[in-house]
Write a protein that binds this ligand. Structure first.
Ligand code: MN
Length: 230
């Protein structure tokens, strides 16, 4: 290869216990917990739908550290969404839900940070969500825990506190579309590749953060992701 400008730095997230996981694409599932769907003005089990963030939207947060993100431009309503992140180790297309587990490399705690006012405006106008969801530094992620260590994550508490006050809580068993079903649906639409991350949706209780706030998101078995807003 004879690049005419320096190639971009490979986006990555740390692996618990050492090493780094290169990030290829970031897929996100919309409205995947019933109570959150209701708080966003929807109800019932709709077919899963997806949006993407750029790989370099990740903010890697290492074990024991507190990440920092700047309050983003253009918004006056910057929201937290705590989510289980699934990392794909083996790619594929048309992966059956029953085979999905063998494609998972590991799991992490992630934040699908959202410029809610801009997302809402785009929704109203029937325009793409990119400006509300796919902006720089919109995907802080903690250390990736190998599936070999956790086993299949089917249940467990997921929660988020802001400045020590509980804002979001739920259980992974409340996912409308399970991780395996999500991989089946996603891989029907895109060829999944090693390095792909999937944000699996957020439980109810999303809300705003402002500069000076500290978010602490936890998932049973995966630890706590701490991110400060500057
Ligand atoms: Mn989300």
């Amino acid at each position: 290869m004879n690049f005419v400008i320096p190639p971009p730095v490979q986006a990555s997230i740390p692996v618990a216990g050492g090493g780094d996981f290169p990030v290829h694409r970031i897929y996100c599932v919309g409205r995947n917990y019933a109570e959150h769907a209701v708080e966003m003005g929807f109800s019932g089990r709709e077919p899963p739908f997806f949006f993407l963030k750029p790989a370099d939207a990740v903010v890697p947060v290492h074990e024991g550290e507190t990440g920092t993100i700047d309050y983003p431009s253009l918004t006056r309503n910057f929201h937290h969404e705590i989510e289980l992140v699934v990392a794909i180790g083996h790619g594929g297309r048309n992966i059956a839900a029953a085979d999905a587990q063998s494609h998972i490399w590991g799991y992490a705690v992630g934040l699908d940070m959202t410029r809610r006012d801009l997302q809402g405006e785009m929704k109203k106008q029937g325009r793409p969500w990119c400006i509300g969801k796919a902006f720089d530094h919109s995907a802080p992620i903690g250390p990736l825990v190998p599936r070999a260590r956790t086993g299949e994550l089917l249940a467990g508490r997921i929660s988020l506190a802001v400045n020590g006050s509980l804002k979001q809580q739920g259980d992974l068993r409340e996912l409308i579309w399970s991780v395996n079903e999500t991989i089946e649906q996603l891989s029907a639409a895109w060829d999944l590749a090693p390095g792909d991350l999937i944000f699996t949706g957020t439980p109810a209780g999303v809300g705003p953060v402002v500069p000076g706030d500290l978010m602490e998101g936890s998932i049973a078995g995966l630890g706590t992701l701490k991110v400060a807003v500057r």
